[in-house]
Design a protein. Structure first.
Length: 190
């Protein structure tokens, strides 16, 4: 299987990241416990963690948030490097069939790639929302990710901030874009 969806999510995320202004770093985000700075660090650290975890088969000791504060430097260059490495790691022969150990269980590489794609895309939505950018991100990819999320994410994965990966499902307004629908499904107020 192709890494096309992952590459699209990275491109969407980069497009949002490049429009973040330095004076927005302390602004609130849809992720209640994070400011824009925390979200940028999660996105940039996350792309590095995805690639390293896929390569080693073991990402059980971190999630990408522990790496540091990228917002004082050229975080776009760090993101680009991490995205390139992650795409290469997921694109290696046999990568999608191997098992990867993560902090929350063991996953086939294919499922881990889906998680990486959805996480990256959804946090790009969070960052766009927090910084006043359009949240109508890549409608085709958003629609595909929504279908995948609806099939994979049940109530057992939902709960309060910092206690569960996803908040309670929210209702998206009538006519909401696929990206807004995905965000609402994953617990964001749209």
């Amino acid at each position: 299987m192709s890494t096309q969806g992952l590459e699209q999510a990275f491109a969407v995320s980069r497009g949002v990241l490049e429009n973040v202004q330095a004076n927005q770093m302390d602004d609130d985000t849809p992720c209640k416990s994070w400011k824009v700075r925390d979200l940028v660090n999660h996105i940039v650290g996350g792309v590095q963690w995805f690639g390293a975890s896929m390569d080693s088969g073991d990402g059980s000791d971190a999630t990408g948030d522990e790496i540091g504060d990228y917002t004082g430097g050229d975080y776009l260059a760090v993101f680009d490097d991490g995205a390139k490495n992650a795409v290469a790691a997921f694109g290696k022969p046999g990568a999608l069939e191997k098992t990867v150990t993560l902090p929350f269980g063991e996953f086939p590489g294919m499922a881990f790639m889906g998680l990486a794609t959805t996480d990256t895309f959804t946090h790009a939505w969070d960052l766009a929302k927090a910084t006043g950018q359009s949240t109508n991100l890549d409608p085709d990819l958003a629609a595909q990710l929504l279908v995948g999320a609806q099939a994979a994410i049940g109530d057992a994965w939902r709960g309060p901030d910092k206690k569960a990966p996803f908040g309670p499902k929210q209702d998206a307004p009538a006519g909401a874009s696929p990206a807004d629908q995905l965000a609402a499904f994953l617990g964001r107020k749209v």
